[in-house]
Ligand binder design. Structure first.
Ligand code: CUA
Length: 314
């Protein structure tokens, strides 16, 4: 299996990456070969058969059957090879093995969330065991995103109102980049994550710990953890710098001017409303781009986030 990185691609880390690479390089080097052949041929013919005055007229040959059949049959064979090879690989990439672990993937502006069969949820980090087929059942809450893991040679669109399905089997433990490969608005370039491939035992332990339950944390620390794990940082800073949304620093206890006029006190109820119904009261100077977290965050998590925001005093 080819696992070495090249100029074009990072080291292949899935069971199918070697196959994808072989086909890619077959097409690539074939294109290079024909590019050189055609460009060199053009240059030679242009020079050799250039106009040299009346005496140098070329003969009036109009066609050559052998030559024409040859340059039709050879490309036909080549494209048929690409078709059969590509079709076989395509089928392998699209038929999910029966024993695959199913994980639900949700794309939304501008983060990824993952729901595991055992009830755990993560944001921007997909944790999977090595050497096990993983089925991804994917959908979007808003616009089209695209789930792209270069190391697995895997890319699949994630659409609103329907599911797309893909699968992979990682062949090496490690952290691999996850990107959104479909322009989806202002935060597209920050819609990044990791696929963390761990051993079977680590995976079982990790599931048991129950990520996102806040077990053993006080509300402020749990809120700080959620700020990271639920990707609030994509739009809200904690150092006072305005981003896509207002900074969390010192926001609690202030009066905020609203986009539609008037102002509101930033208290617990306003923070809760802004998490569950973000469009209700937009702060002046910001776009109404935040998605609702209704059904995404549990009450205990909302309480923790509010506690965390309250702790960020100026
Ligand atoms: Cu999501 Cu680009």
């Amino acid at each position: 299996m080819d696992t070495t990185g090249t100029l074009f691609m990072p080291p292949g880390q899935s069971t199918l990456s070697g196959e994808v690479d072989s086909l890619f390089y077959f097409i690539f080097y074939m294109s290079v070969f024909f590019f050189v052949l055609i460009v060199a041929g053009t240059i030679i013919f242009v020079y050799r058969y250039r106009r040299r005055g009346k005496a140098g007229l070329t003969s009036g040959v109009s066609h050559n059957t052998t030559l024409e059949v040859t340059w039709t049959v050879i490309p036909l064979i080549l494209v048929l090879i690409i078709f059969v090879w590509g079709f076989k690989t395509y089928m392998r990439m699209n038929v999910v093995p029966k024993d695959a672990i199913e994980i639900k993937v949700t794309g939304q502006k501008w983060f990824w969330s993952f729901d595991y069969p055992e009830g755990a949820t993560t944001v921007n980090e997909l944790v999977v065991p090595v050497d096990k087929p993983i089925k991804l059942l994917m959908s979007s809450k808003d616009v089209i995103h695209s789930f792209f893991v270069p190391a697995f040679r895997m890319k699949m669109d994630v659409l609103p109102n329907r599911y797309t399905i893909t699968w992979f089997e990682a062949i090496g433990a490690g952290n691999y980049d996850l990107l959104c490969a479909e322009y989806c608005g202002k935060g597209h370039s920050e819609m990044l994550g990791k696929v963390k491939v761990v051993s079977d035992r680590e995976y079982a332990e990790w599931l048991e710990k129950g990520p996102g339950t806040g077990e053993g944390l006080n509300p402020v620390d749990f809120g700080a953890q959620l700020y990271k794990s639920k990707a609030c940082f994509t739009c809200h800073s904690v150092d006072g710098t305005p981003n896509i949304g207002p900074s969390f620093k010192g926001v609690y206890g202030h009066k905020a001017s609203l986009e539609k006029g008037g102002e509101t006190a930033v208290d617990e109820n306003y923070l809760r409303e802004s998490i569950l119904d973000p469009q209700a009261k937009i702060v002046a100077g910001y776009q109404p781009v935040m998605p609702t977290y209704q059904g995404v965050l549990k009450d205990k998590q909302i309480d923790a986030l509010i506690a965390y925001i309250k702790s960020l005093k100026e």
